[in-house]
Design a binder for this molecule. Structure first.
Ligand SMILES: [Zn+2]
Length: 391
């Protein structure tokens, strides 16, 4: 028994630290007395563990005056600029790397084009010098890098860190990306598919501060979502939870890559829109035609908005989130129609829920996935601080 006890104690310590870190995150600034009340931990445990977290450089003390008599009271806050997090987003045509502080505030960002490069090693060769220079900067400043978060088209085998069979992403099937990145950079590596990473960006750094139940819908070459319920990302038993692009909107419609027919993705993604329009081969050309008043393009747009509204109503009825957030490469083209979409969705949901229904644009625009990769590291830190902090 004697050799089991320390592991058990270490686990308890980590859980208690996680509890403290999450409570500070929720309140932004909090006193030790309030921590005792809110976490249920003893004041001795709070004193010891907050001291340790201060030594790690994760939190700091700050004095605030309290009440009319101006009595000083010590508050605990995140120490945002003592660590670096690196986020990497690899899409089918581009990559983006961001270096941020602990709270996901971008200090440096780099984007590049990888169109036509299908060998993962070649893509990583392009990316590597940028990440190495960020690591060098962190070393120079004496700031530990907490980890490298990665957002990439799914689906993936997260246990082994392999990509499964991402559609339209040749060369990456079965690629052991996690092991390769660990070997290249010597950092802790965390990987998530792009839709879920986007949801995590909102969970930790965006609208999730006020909402524990959110759905992030990303629309681009495909349509996917990340679902956060009670503050936790939901993945399902096959990792398919939130595959909203594959809900049937047209019975017996076109066959989809997933095996189903009439999926939203076959209708409302960029390729889906272009296939239905058949008047050109880029989304820019499509919206140009729309704005020129082209009749067929406008009919196709109205249909696209109707599919979007129908899908959002179904999402709202199934998941009952506080907020549905829209993003992805297609969203900027659709943003001007958002008020109309919201009004139609509201008119088609339960009357008592109409006032509560929120549909919002993504908080981080084109950097949503990369910030999501950073949020993935941050979320792991809050869940298992010792695992992330110790090498
Ligand atoms: Zn499908």
């Amino acid at each position: 028994m004697s050799d089991i006890k320390p592991i058990y104690l270490q686990k308890v310590k980590q859980q208690n630290m996680a509890n403290i870190l999450q409570t500070i995150w929720e309140h932004e600034a909090i006193s030790r007395v309030e921590l005792v009340e809110l976490t249920g931990l003893t004041s001795g445990t709070i004193t010891n563990l907050t001291q340790e977290l201060i030594q790690w450089g994760l939190i700091r003390e700050s004095e605030t005056s309290q009440g009319s008599v101006g009595r000083r009271r010590v508050m605990l806050k995140y120490h945002t600029d003592r660590h670096i997090i690196i986020g990497l987003d690899i899409s089918r045509t581009t990559f983006e790397i961001v270096m941020t502080d602990l709270m996901g505030r971008v200090m440096k960002s780099i984007e590049g084009n990888i169109t036509g490069i299908s060998a993962p090693e070649q893509v990583l060769d392009l990316i590597e010098p940028h990440i190495q220079s960020m690591i060098a900067y962190a070393n120079l400043k004496g700031l530990p890098v907490l980890g490298l978060g990665v957002s990439i088209p799914g689906p993936m085998d997260k246990v082994n860190g392999h990509l499964l069979s991402p559609p339209n992403f040749p060369g990456w099937e079965g690629y052991p990306i996690k092991d390769v990145l660990v070997k290249r950079f010597g950092l802790k590596v965390f990987i998530e598919d792009d839709a879920r990473a986007s949801a995590l960006a909102e969970r930790w750094f965006g609208l999730g501060r006020k909402s524990q139940d959110l759905v992030f819908v990303t629309m681009g070459m495909g349509i996917g979502s990340g679902v956060v319920s009670k503050g936790e990302l939901v993945v399902g038993s096959n990792g398919l939870f939130g595959q909203v692009g594959h809900m049937t909107l047209v019975p017996k419609g076109s066959v989809c890559a997933c095996g189903n027919e009439g999926c939203w993705e076959t209708l409302g993604s960029i390729p889906g829109i272009l296939r239905r329009w058949s008047g050109g081969d880029t989304i820019d050309a499509f919206f140009h035609a729309v704005h020129q008043g082209d009749k067929l393009a406008n009919e196709c747009l109205q249909e696209t908005l109707y599919y979007l509204e129908s899908a959002l109503i179904t999402l709202f009825n199934i998941y009952d989130p506080d907020v549905i957030i829209l993003g992805g490469k297609l969203y900027p083209y659709l943003s001007m129609y958002l008020p109309e979409v919201k009004a139609h969705v509201k008119s088609r949901v339960y009357a008592f829920a109409q006032e509560r229904l929120r549909i919002e644009p993504s908080s981080f625009g084109t950097s949503q996935n990369a910030i999501g990769a950073v949020a993935l590291v941050f979320g792991n830190l809050l869940k298992g601080p010792l695992q992330v902090l110790t090498q």
